[in-house]
Design a binder for this molecule. Sequence first.
Ligand code: ZN
Ligand code: ZN
Length: 366
Amino acid sequence: MTTAKADHPGRLARCRGLLDERGLDAVLVTDGHDVRYLSGFRGEDATLVVGAETALIVTDSRFYEQVYEEVADCELVEHRGTDLLQDSVKAAAERLGDGFTLGYQAGAMTHAEFRGLRRAHGGRLRDVRRHVTRLRMVKEPVELEALAAAAALVDLALGVVVGEGLVGRTEAEVAWRLLEEYHARGAEGESFEAIVAAGDHGAQAHAIPGPRRIKAGDLVVIDTGSRVDGYCSDITRTFAAGRVSKAHRKLYDIVLEAQLAGVAAVRHGAHGRDHVDAAARAVIKAAGYGEQFGHGTGHGVGLEVHEAPFLGSLRGDRLEAGMVCTVEPGIYLEGDAGVRIEDTVVVTHDGCERLTQYPKELQVVD
Ligand code: ZN
Ligand code: ZN
């Protein structure tokens, strides 16, 4: 149970901060996660219109009850027409007059919806997708509680499922058992479809679990997460199914060293690309596997399992205390094996706190 409360007025106030900053009269929020973050509404098919003096939630009759239950700080505008965005713009125009400048979220609407918006709105449109979504980067206590609960649950589930043994089970069976454990322990579900990849299948960073049976001698990559109160967890561990080769053990040690270096680089003020990704990548490069580590070192975790801040070699953000991110370097050897180790951590002033606490030494499981 969470004890802290979500600060929706504070979140709306920060969204209003974008008006001056971006030269807008109002922001039209269409990303469902942002709608939830700013208003508390957990349903779908709703928009928010946030102006200096207004906060409207626009949705249809399926959701009126839910809005009354979940939303305290926005006025309900009943959407009765055929086009939600056009009704949203109309509601904004009734309050702001014509010709106002509207921020919108490109990437959180279809092209057809954008064309409708363009026709409905006489004033200027500015894309502020990134800016709105990035309001979610620094977490409030209530969010940290949910994230910690989701992480504790994934630690537990992983222990139970792996404890049942790996050799002889299929990848899909293991993935399914994780989902069962999430439900049994009170999660809303998984935060993404689990990756369970044995042997050379592990060389695919985002492998889909299949009918393949795990054999003794396989390295098995398991990447999974649960969802609690809307918030995600994300962890990867690589297990040894029975005895694995010396070469694979060595590979594991390199990735572990890289992961520890990445975690050690996380702190308030550090840069996702220049410090965290660089620290993890340097270890893997020095071991001669730079080319076999093709993805970024980490990403933010919150209402979405992948969100800002980013910690990659191509794209990185400055970290601040209260942000939650992953550190997950890996090495992928085509036709041979893969290793990835991932934790979700909270950035603090002098480092970070791990939310996922599953042990990291190579666990040998029969
Ligand atoms: Zn993951
Ligand atoms: Zn991840």
